[in-house]
Design a protein around this ligand. Structure first.
Ligand SMILES: [Fe+2]
Length: 551
């Protein structure tokens, strides 16, 4: 039984996920193939669908159900979204009969993407995002294959929208929430937003007119911020232009830093109160999180330190692309299939040595074949080289988890600035997380024993901070990925080899892409990025390419 889940009907983060009998066979985000970040140019993941079918080696006719993570029938008249027959036009796809199409409520798809893969039999399930069809935040109680809605907050009272708008106000794109999060620790949370209040029944409420259209809410916040005396940065006075203007300037006044800290704190306060209210209602201390807000590592870190729950699972693709997984899993669960808990996110395509060699030969590039990749690359790390690490199947979700990563030695002075400025060509305030041997993580970081998907910020132990300077943010935090021999054997071998040589059980890990680009997916993408950046070495499977100037 095959179910093909599809996300992207909202005009961003299109993705496809193919499940067979309760297992994810393939999951690919359209941006990785189209190379347009967040696939803002289209609403349906045509390339990702083709890729999933290719990975599984099946045709669309072999698929039993298509699951869409959006239910048009629940929409207010604010958005006009095309139906599936438009997506699967015969011009674009070949099939005899279109598989049966099921629609899954957007937040239900988010909830399914976390609960069914968490391994919990029972859980409190929280979804916080920009907005679903009619709600911005929804609480569920999950048990077995059932997801029961507890309560929800109307789409106009959106925490995600508030955060995105504030991000745009600083001159970033609305999809750059990570930049706001990276900036926040430089400021103090001295501003408050009276429109947003904590609430004992719903967790939070936002005082806005419910007659307002979603796309006009940005004006409401922008006017609030102006009244507070915060200067809009690089924003048009025409508020409607706001989302489309972002700057490349990277320096901020103290006022803007304090503003970012205040926005972050407001989000965290609401997020934590939501969990309190939810757990009070369900009396269940297993927590599942999804929706774009669940990618906020700082909020997740603070939440996990509070002891409100016993155990917590965050869907690594908590943003909208992950609803492709959720919609497929929901349909599969309703058909009686048991969904297998998540093992990893490596569900894209992989590329063998012979294919890579063929491409390198075609491009006339020099390379060497190594039978000791971990030994060779760990030595290069020790020399201070910055490495493009391309291995196995591409990961889904916004974090590179050791298959499409840029890696470096975290102990090297100035490495963070070097990678930001010269390699990734991105803002100097952006932090890097390390990939750490799971068995050693407790020696270096506070309050952590496992974090496989890099979704939680924790404090680096005071006495270790100087040693791994490159992996420590300005507030002493970091967001480690823990790695085991089982979760990613090849990456584990590399980190272990580096540990033996350096005494440090981790490497700096950032996604393999340049600023404003989607993560690399194919060897061709990797080669192009290698030559347009200051990367020193590119390693793809067992093949090593070095820049000529290196010795
Ligand atoms: Fe969403």
């Amino acid at each position: 039984m095959y179910v093909l889940g599809i996300a992207g009907l909202l005009g961003h983060d299109a993705a496809a996920c193919l499940m067979q009998d309760g297992e994810i066979i393939a999951m690919v985000e359209e941006e990785r193939l189209s190379r347009v970040p967040h696939s803002l140019d289209k609403y349906h993941p045509r390339l990702a669908i083709e890729e999933c079918l290719k990975i599984a080696n099946i045709q669309l006719d072999d698929v039993d159900y298509i699951a869409l993570s959006w239910d048009n029938s629940l929409l207010p008249d604010r958005v006009n979204i095309p139906d599936a027959s438009v997506i699967f036009s015969k011009r674009e796809f070949q099939y005899k009969t279109l598989p049966k199409i099921e629609t899954v409520n957007h937040h239900l798809a988010h909830a399914a993407s976390s609960f069914y893969f968490s391994g919990f039999d029972e859980a409190s399930v929280l979804v916080v995002d920009g907005a679903g069809e009619d709600s911005a935040t929804t609480m569920y109680y999950g048990k077995g294959s059932n997801l029961k809605k507890i309560k929800s907050i109307d789409y106009i009272e959106s925490l995600g929208e508030f955060y995105s708008l504030a991000t745009a106000y600083l001159g970033f794109s609305i999809h750059d929430a990570g930049k706001m999060m990276g900036l926040a620790p430089y400021g103090k949370p001295i501003y408050s937003f009276p429109r947003i209040k904590l609430d004992n029944e719903f967790g939070y409420r936002i005082d806005v007119s419910h007659n307002i259209r979603m796309d006009k809410i940005r004006n409401v916040y922008a006017k609030d911020f102006i009244k507070m005396g915060i200067d809009p940065r690089y924003m048009s006075r025409e508020y409607d232009q706001l989302f489309f203007r972002h700057s490349n300037v990277t320096e901020f006044s103290q006022q803007h830093l304090d503003f970012s800290a205040s926005v972050q704190k407001t989000l965290e306060d609401c997020y934590i109160n939501l969990v309190k209210v939810l757990v009070n209602n369900t009396r269940c201390r297993n927590l599942c999180l999804s929706g774009g807000v669940a990618l906020n590592c700082t909020a997740n870190g603070r939440l996990s330190r509070m002891g409100l729950v016993d155990d917590m699972f965050i869907q690594p693709a908590a943003h909208d692309a992950g609803t492709a997984i959720g919609a497929a899993a929901y349909v599969m669960a309703q058909l009686g299939y048991k969904i297998s808990p998540i093992k990893n996110t490596y569900k894209g395509n992989s590329f063998k040595n012979d294919k890579i060699i063929k491409l390198l030969d075609h491009l006339g590039m020099n390379y060497v074949h190594s039978s000791d990749i971990s030994g060779q690359i760990s030595e290069y790390l020790g020399r201070g080289y910055v490495i493009g690490w391309f291995q196995g199947a591409a990961e889904y979700g916004p974090r590179a988890l050791g298959n499409r990563s840029i890696i470096a030695d975290p102990t090297r002075p100035g490495i963070r600035d070097y990678v930001n400025n010269k390699v990734k060509l991105r803002e100097p305030f952006r932090p890097f997380g390390p990939s750490v041997l799971e068995s050693e993580v407790g020696e270096w970081f506070e309050n952590i024993n496992q974090s496989r998907y890099m979704l939680k910020a924790v404090q680096v132990k005071e006495e270790k901070r100087k040693k791994i300077e490159g992996a420590v943010h300005v507030d002493g935090s970091s967001r480690p990925q823990t790695v085991t021999a089982e979760s990613n054997p090849r990456y584990y071998d590399l980190i272990e080899s580096f540990y033996k040589k350096s005494g440090v059980p981790m490497v700096l890990n950032t996604s393999f892409n340049l600023r404003g680009e989607a993560m690399v997916y194919t060897p061709y993408d990797a080669i192009r990025t290698f030559y347009t950046s200051a990367l020193d070495v590119l390693v793809m499977e067992d093949i090593i390419v070095k820049k000529r100037v290196l010795k």
